[in-house]
Design a protein. Structure first.
Lengths: 165, 165
């Protein structure tokens, strides 16, 4: 891992932020920036999470995805427990620099703690399909992926489930 | 647009939320849920934004992306000004239902108010490339897209730039 510190630039003008090469990320009132993570090969969306300034610095330095867990209020080196480390192939910033896009390779091929390849394995009918659905008002989701890549119990054991109600 | 109301389910158990078909989204302390929007054809990441409950309902009913603008504190029917409406091909929820993935078709092919096809047109060197970069600590981003699809001045005129410093 590079020991070179990462310094973010102050946000001075819209042109600097949108059209320049300065890395001047916008952290929200919680000190966080949204991160979207896709599979570098398939392009599939794997997860959406957050980084604080330290997590973003560590990701740039190490080339491995480090997030900030809101539920644990701590840095979260993805894959440290499961072995499913995310190697960053590309890290992009959006126009106003309040969102990070990571294109990653995942060791093992799964990203979801429930055991599916992607966290997004259910879809909601919209528009005409929603209007045509038999149910009144209540929406039934439809599974798009039914095959788990791993058994969460084997990988995580008795660790508490990260999903909060 | 379907006049059928959309009712979200209460979040009762982890199993219900993760393994069931109930639509039981988790809105954060601001009443918002994160949304990731990709191009249904190319798979490219177009934008990351937020919805409140009303925006999510309207999106499901209409089949067009409606977000909640944090800066304007108002519903945001994407493309209403620019004509670049997003038609939703697929709407997915993640495992713990605190993130929405929209796969959309965009009229006109551009999603970024700066004029690029995608909001993500600059990348940050990470890991070894970061370590090898000449600059000390300060990060210079690299443009991955240099061609604008439209001229923002023609499309938006004198409307205020949405980017906040």
């Amino acid at each position: 891992m590079s020991k070179k510190a990462v310094v973010f630039q102050p946000r001075r003008t819209v042109e600097q932020v949108e059209e320049g090469t300065d890395l001047a990320p916008k952290f929200d009132e919680r000190g966080l920036i949204a991160v979207v993570t896709t599979d570098a090969t398939s392009g599939e969306l794997l997860m959406q999470a957050y980084m604080n300034a330290e997590a973003l610095s560590l990701t740039i330095q190490s080339g491995e995805a480090v997030y900030y867990s809101r539920s644990h209020q701590a840095l979260w080196h993805k894959g440290k427990t499961s072995g499913l480390v995310q190697t960053v192939r590309e890290l992009l910033l959006d126009d106003d620099q309040d969102c990070v896009w990571l294109k990653v390779d995942v060791a093992g091929g799964a990203s979801c703690h429930v055991g599916y390849r992607s966290c997004f394995y259910r879809r909601v009918p919209v528009g005409e399909e929603y209007a045509a659905a038999q149910t009144e008002s209540v929406v039934d989701m439809i599974f798009t992926d039914t095959e788990k890549v791993f058994d969460p119990k084997e990988v995580y054991g008795d660790a508490p489930n990260p999903t909060k109600l």
